[in-house]
Design a protein. Structure first.
Lengths: 265, 186
């Protein structure tokens, strides 16, 4: 799964880039989008990573409550699988064992794993390698309830403006509004799991997604930040109930190599 | 758009004629380095041990990249640019010693832009994420220093027509600022 997610760019991303090609007004911008499509083709054909940054392996597990796992520690098995995938697949090892002494673990383990328990008897595994460049431009802010939707909009636009060319645009923005600080960050990341451009089921949030996407693209940063109107392919918003005192907002940015691979066992 | 072809090593005259937005195809030898290698190099310079640097920066280009491992039968792994601002604390020292260009993606600090004006150097953007495609321009690759850093080791690449765009020129121009102005909807 680690190998496939790094070699094959998803059809949803390819569709979104092609759509961007139709509307992009900058010639350089168009050329860049074409180069990104060509790059995906080469990666697929030659079975090489589309991006050298094959990411921190973020894994979402949905464990059916009727599932009984035998034969060892599930997290250890996943960790071993990640190590094997990154070694066998010639993927870059980008993880250091301690954030301050910074020694490479040599096998891209450990992954970051989030587990939810759901009804049923299946185990769903979603593997999302997450590049450092886009992750570094992500941000979170604890707004006041009085800041309201305008405060949310301003923060999301500020994050995009500040990120500029750094996170390899065209990007996808996952926005988490509500919950506690870490919950906002988590639902922002979960928003990136949606098919690119799939709207929020909440009509008011779907409208906000559209408004933010237009405003971000109208800033003129364009593909790779070199000028144009295709800076973002999509804005995905997730919300969660919030404390009476709080309005957390998190923005998690994903680059155009928006990788995810899903299996259900 | 017309493309300018340049071959390394670069002279002051080579880089002084470049302007933001121009597409450039680089051929010749270039060197790689990321955060960890830059720290070691600048530590050497500050300790007065310039002769121990992995390469003499004069006239050279440094590419901010940590390639993925090389598959059997290939020259190099996927190797697109990493985000350049992390090298900003180190870049002025290398420009002082004659480094003529860096290749990466993303914004540079005012200090680096000033150093490029002062020491006659430019900054190129390669296309972030186009790593499988960029690998095609690399004809040979070898690690010349710091192998213990893995992907972050200093590599010497022989490149042919490696495509990039001038983002900062020797006049202090900045394509990220100017490009955005052209396409912003007022």
């Amino acid at each position: 799964m680690c190998m496939e997610s790094n070699y094959y760019l998803g059809e949803d991303v390819i569709r979104a880039i092609k759509k961007g090609l139709e509307t992009e007004v900058s010639n350089t911008g168009k050329e860049i989008l074409q180069i990104i499509l060509k790059n995906a083709e080469i990666a697929r054909e030659e079975q090489v990573p589309m991006c050298q940054d094959t990411g921190f392996t973020v894994i979402f597990l949905e464990l059916g409550q009727d599932v009984h796992i035998e034969g060892g520690d599930l997290y250890e098995a996943i960790k071993a699988g990640v190590a094997k995938g990154y070694i066998d697949g010639y993927l870059r090892k980008s993880i250091v064992s301690h954030p301050l002494d910074r020694k490479n673990t040599g096998d891209n383990a450990p992954p970051v794993i989030y587990t939810t328990i759901v009804p049923g008897e299946n185990l769903k595994i979603v593997v999302c390698p997450k590049g450092g460049g886009a992750e570094n431009m992500s941000a979170i802010k604890m707004l006041k309830p009085a800041d309201g939707v305008e405060g949310v909009k301003n923060f999301v636009l500020d994050v995009a403006r500040n990120a500029g060319p750094n996170p390899c645009p065209p990007v996808i923005l996952g926005v988490g509004i509500g919950g506690t600080m870490e919950k906002a960050a988590l639902i922002a990341k979960e928003a990136l799991l949606r098919e690119v451009g799939e709207k929020s089921k909440d009509p008011s949030m779907a409208a906000l997604e559209e408004e933010l996407l237009e405003k971000i693209n109208n800033m003129g940063m364009g593909p790779q930040g070199l000028g144009g109107r295709t800076y973002a392919l999509a804005v995905h918003i997730n919300t969660y109930p919030a404390h009476i005192a709080s309005l957390p907002v998190a923005v998690n940015i994903n680059c155009h190599a928006a990788r995810h691979k899903e299996v259900v066992l | 758009m017309t493309q300018i072809r340049l071959t390394t090593p670069l002279t002051d005259a080579d880089v002084e004629k470049l302007r933001i937005g121009q597409q450039v195809l680089i051929s010749g030898v270039i060197y790689t380095g990321r955060d960890a290698a830059h720290k070691r190099m600048v530590d050497l310079i500050q300790a007065g041990k310039e002769n121990e640097l992995p390469f003499n920066p004069k006239g050279q280009i440094i590419y901010y990249v940590g390639p993925s491992p090389t598959k059997p039968g290939k020259v190099v792994g996927s190797c697109g640019p990493t985000t350049s601002y992390r090298m900003d604390p180190y870049a002025p020292e290398l420009h002082r010693l004659g480094l003529k260009a860096s290749i990466g993606k993303g914004k540079r600090s005012p200090e680096v832009i000033d150093a490029m004006k002062k020491y006659k150097a430019v900054y190129f953007a390669a296309i972030g994420g186009a790593a499988a495609l960029i690998a095609k321009s690399i004809k040979s690759a070898k690690v010349i220093a710091y192998p213990d850093l893995g992907a972050e080791a200093v590599h010497e690449f022989a490149v042919e027509d490696f495509p990039m765009v001038v983002v900062n020129d020797t006049l202090g121009g900045d394509l990220y600022q100017e490009g955005m102005k052209i396409y912003a909807v007022k």
